[in-house]
Design a protein around this ligand. Structure first.
Ligand SMILES: Nc1ncnc2c1ncn2[C@@H]1O[C@H](COP(=O)(O)OP(=O)(O)OP(=O)(O)O)[C@@H](O)[C@H]1O
Length: 596
């Protein structure tokens, strides 16, 4: 019961802050409606007594009271619904906003890579979807409690023994609560399975993967895997549902027996002349109502109890995010760099991973240089970029910008001075203006800034064709679908919205571009790198497997199994005859063979 009180109390406190007028009107009308229900039974009993006593006018008065109570019950319920429905919507909206804020509220990404974290966010989304109904259920639960109390009170006037009926009616409530808790526990334990089912469904139907799935004929394979998961889920849930139904039925059975005993008891009292015919009517009507009220109460309690578990989850998550956000240090980053960026003994391991993705990396990226990161798949290039951009914190070691350890600096201050285009870039399906403008929020609505960025990124033609208000993608509107290369171009433009980054990173920015577009990107990149170097001493860093692009960098860093194995200029590394020289020779031979 504590949980239910906690949940209703918390939600009503939020609703009170959001719109107290609607809350008071909704709750007031509901309670007034709940008084009407027992009043109908009392009035019906009095009608019978008055009629049997031959008091026609008294019977008529009570009949009018019954009629008014019935009408009032219907009307008040309807008007109450109008008030609390809007209030519930407001409350849900508030939780939705909070969820977005919390999921994006951590300074670092460490937890978003964690599958368990994805499970939690999935559950939280479902919890938030329940908020609306919980506000309504909470208010209705309050009204039902008032109804039960009044009903019990009236029954006790017929015979105090009838109060036992209310006690018996608690049994289904307790068993119902237990049933709900057990069901929720099973549902929570099944979260990884449902996540797997959703993932397979997405994989088989999303435009991004569907072509390959279709060509490989993989749909049946995915369906078969999905079936296995579904069977596992069904099995667990069926067992849980059967137990749930058994507990609920047992509760209802106990109440059913109590009801029969109550009615038989009052008939006996009437037979002895200790109860009137009206009392029998009141008892039969109210005992039936009590059972309906209890059933409603149990259903509402179940829904509020389920929501209470969700609300606890939400609050625990909120508290975790609050503690994971380091208190403000007030340390900013310098406006420009003279020394550049240094990694000192940096080691990084992903949460729950068995091995380090980066080990003891010492690296100096001098101010104003363009740096190429080279290495085989899985060498740690993207991880290094994530550490440099401050999205991850090193497990050990430091990333230092102009003497400032990034661990001490305000995360937001460093983020404001970095611009990045990641390998798995976001396809931001908004208008072109906003899809690009998001790269620098102060200019999100500036058409000039977006035009400059799209020009520099080499997607001016696309921008002209789509128009600034044209929607990209078809996710939420009938927009223009883009090719992979075009999305990459838009992503590059978004990256270039920030004009004074101390660090500009591009992670395989040309992987989806055609030769012409790649050349445009390389030209743009060189121009931007030179500008960033000249204005703020910024470092530009890019990852590519294309050696012809790598050779343009001032500094080449070769990573292997999370370690820096070589660094220097292109010419210097080729002359050294090491790993880089091998890679260079291999690609040069491939090009020469293709040219022959
Ligand atoms: N989110 C993650 N959780 C756990 N391990 C990860 C995660 N991301 C990457 N790794 C592991 O860290 C190592 C380095 O990965 P990283 O993505 O940095 O390599 P990369 O050099 O960028 O590779 P590629 O050229 O394929 O993009 C790999 O062993 C990879 O499996």
């Amino acid at each position: 019961m504590n949980e239910v009180l906690f949940c209703v109390g918390r939600l009503l406190a939020i609703a009170w802050r959001l719109d107290r007028r609607r809350l008071l009107v909704g709750a007031g009308l509901l309670v007034a409606g709940s008084v009407a229900t027992p009043l109908v039974a009392v009035a019906a009993g009095r009608v019978v007594d008055a009629a049997l006593a031959g008091a026609g006018s008294t019977a008529a008065v009570w009949a009018v009271v019954a009629g008014l109570a019935l009408t009032g019950e219907l009307m008040l319920g309807h008007f109450a619904h109008l008030s609390y429905f809007a209030l519930a919507e407001l409350t849900e909206e508030r939780f939705n906003r909070d969820l977005v804020r919390l999921v994006n509220g951590t300074d670092h990404l460490d937890r978003t890579d964690d599958p368990a974290f994805a499970d939690r966010v999935d559950l939280l989304r479902q919890d938030v979807m329940q908020v609306r109904t919980t506000v309504q259920s909470g208010l209705q639960l309050g009204a039902t409690a008032v109804q039960v109390l009044l009903t019990a009170l009236v029954l006790s006037t017929v015979s105090p023994w009838l109060l036992l009926l209310a006690v018996v009616a608690v049994v289904p409530v307790l068993l119902g609560r237990r049933a709900e808790t057990e069901l929720e526990q099973v549902r929570e334990a099944q979260a990884p399975t449902t996540r797997g089912i959703r993932h397979l469904r997405r994989l088989a139907t999303s435009p991004a993967s569907q072509k390959e799935i279709r060509l490989s004929g993989g749909a049946d394979f995915l369906l078969a895997r999905q079936r296995v998961l579904l069977e596992r889920y069904d099995e667990a849930m069926t067992r849980a549902d059967v137990r749930y139904a058994a507990l609920r039925t047992a509760g209802q059975l106990v109440f059913g027996l109590g009801y029969v005993a109550a009615v038989v008891g009052v008939f006996a009292l009437a037979g002895q002349g200790r109860a009137s015919a009206g009392d029998v009517v009141v008892t039969v009507t109210l005992a039936t109502q009590l059972s309906v009220q209890m059933a409603t109460g149990i259903a509402l309690l179940g829904s509020v109890h389920r929501a209470a578990v969700g609300l606890r989850r939400f609050l625990a998550f909120e508290a975790e995010v609050a503690t994971s956000v380091a208190p403000s240090t007030g340390v900013t980053v310098p406006d420009r760099t003279g020394d550049g960026i240094r990694l000192v003994g940096v080691t990084f391991r992903y949460p729950d991973a068995d091995a380090d993705a980066l080990s003891d990396v010492d690296l100096h990226l001098p101010a104003g240089t363009s740096v190429a990161l080279v290495g085989e798949n899985g060498a740690g290039k993207s991880t290094l970029l994530k550490l440099l951009t401050g999205l991850y914190r090193p497990t050990a070691g430091r990333v230092v910008v102009e003497g400032v350890d990034l661990a001490d600096a305000e995360p937001a201050a460093w983020r404001a001075r970095t611009a990045a285009l990641f390998q798995d870039l976001a396809r931001v399906e908004l208008s072109l203006q906003h899809s690009v403008g998001l790269g620098h929020l102060p200019d999100v609505d500036s058409p000039d800034a977006v035009t400059t960025a799209t020009d520099r990124a080499g997607v001016a033609a696309l921008a002209a064709e789509v128009g600034h208000d044209g929607v990209l993608g078809t996710g939420y509107a009938d927009g223009r679908d883009l090719s992979g290369g075009q999305w990459q171009g838009v992503g590059f433009a978004r990256t270039l919205m920030r004009t004074d980054p101390l660090l500009l990173v591009l992670d395989e920015p040309a992987s989806a571009l055609d030769a012409m577009a790649e050349q445009r990107l390389v030209d743009a990149y060189r121009e931007v790198a030179a500008e960033v170097a000249a204005t703020v001493g910024g470092v530009t860093l890019f990852v590519t497997h294309r050696m012809s692009t790598v050779r343009l960098a001032d500094l080449v860093v070769v990573l292997d199994h999370g370690r820096v194995v070589e660094q220097g200029t292109h010419d210097g590394l080729v002359a050294a005859g090491g790993r880089y020289a091998d890679l260079w020779a291999m690609q040069s031979r491939a090009y020469a063979a293709a040219a022959d």
